[in-house]
Ligand binder design. Sequence first.
Ligand SMILES: Nc1ncnc2c1ncn2[C@@H]1O[C@H](COP(=O)(O)OP(=O)(O)O)[C@@H](O)[C@H]1O
Ligand SMILES: [Mg+2]
Length: 504
Amino acid sequence: MADFATSVRNSYQWDAPSLDIGNAVLDGKLFTDLPVRIPLAMMNRHGLIAGSTGTGKSRTLQLLAEGLSRNGVPSLVADIKGDLAGLSQPGEASPKILERVKAMGREFKPEAFPTEFYSLTGARGTQIRATVTSFGPVLLGKVLELTDTQQSVLSMVFKYCDDHRLPLLDFKDLRDALLYLKDHKNELEQYGGMSPATVGVLVRKLVELEQQGAQTFFGEPELDINDLMRVQDGKGVINVISLADVQDKPRLYSTFMMWLLGQFYFGLPEAGDLDKPKLVFFFDEAHQLFEDASSALVEHIEQVARLIRSKGIGVFFITQTPKDIDNDVLAQLGNRVQHAVRAFTPQDAKDLKSSASTFPPSSFYKVEQTLTSLGIGEALVSVLNPKGIPTEAVHLRVATPSSSMGTIEQSDYDAARRGSRLASKYATAIDRESAHEILSGKLARAAEVRADEEETRARPARATGRARKEKTVLETVMGSSVGRQAARTVTQQVIRGLFGLLKR
Ligand SMILES: Nc1ncnc2c1ncn2[C@@H]1O[C@H](COP(=O)(O)OP(=O)(O)O)[C@@H](O)[C@H]1O
Ligand SMILES: [Mg+2]
């Protein structure tokens, strides 16, 4: 036992500012004098919180977000079930909680944290929007579940619109661009051509997505990442993205989170080694990010995860088993919190082996056995010490969050929204001149030209009017009237390059 205490102390004692996450356990005994911590400076070295359903993953996430907030670090929490909204309310001192906290030699101090709610549909918080262009064809293709052929046609359409200065901002823009190109397929010949049937499929899929409510998400004003990095009275603001209302659209969630990571990646300067991160992402139900992801997309997730570290951004994946995460990404995750694994089926047993194999051998624990016997709110952990070296694995009883562990009412979301400056900033969609307007103009003028032609045939004297109008059509689509869009489009192209459209 003395050995164990010394080993934990050697492994987890340092001076650097740290997040307290709980206490060590060995053979069923809790050590109130052996705290377990994560250095604040290592929170941008990414992490994994894994474990079967109901074992305490979301509470661990909550605890980390609270600790970051107290240290002035904002975070972004993907709230799939609505059970992280409680961060905005003080926790409830139930007898069960008080007992648990007391057994850990601690005191329960209920505390609410500054939170900002967001929603992709606008139902539960500040409306989040992204333009179709900045989303890019690869992510959009994933949302629409496109085949390779359909994907390449979509990429072609984006390229065409870039080249012809047709800004794709909202859903109407993309739909109209597709409809226009379906009727003018010769326009795409120099891009390799495409079949109108494929375009028809794309239009149909787009309409389907639109009917599911996604049209509120695509457009302007686009979410500004600086709004996610606020500190209020010294506490980091916890940005809770409510995703319960898009649970039937997991692809919208996963691609949106990828888009957001990309925005941070391109929007922030290199930061070098900081004493604390600028922001930490928590991806709950992270397996959805990797489900059916093309190898190109997985490669980009890996790349962004690796590079975003140097921008001072941390990323934590929360998932049932490490196997849900691609191996190259897994290799980037320095902090590991593995909650209990409930092994029932042969497949579970295999998963258990692979979860166990991600931990270094321990002189105090049989890893596989420990993983199946961990209690709720307990985990086997190994984190990075301030030098970036993995600590000894330790059986941890996780401290209890100070905020509420439950869901909140719709009326609470509504009240939060009424009190939010950001909610009003993003409340109203802006509809600038973009592909939809330009193309409608073009088609309307073409119709006018046709009408003119008919008239001309009847009354030849009016032919000059027709020539003037044709020039206007050309000017509008190719010319300078949309030139002011160009600068913005270039920046967006850079961001989009991340997702594989542009040559690397
Ligand atoms: N650290 C903790 N302190 C107190 N209770 C906890 C803790 N972790 C888990 N629990 C209890 O277990 C329940 C399930 O935890 P949760 O984090 O929602 O599981 P998961 O996200 O893994 O499905 C919680 O509602 C809470 O009652
Ligand atoms: Mg959970």
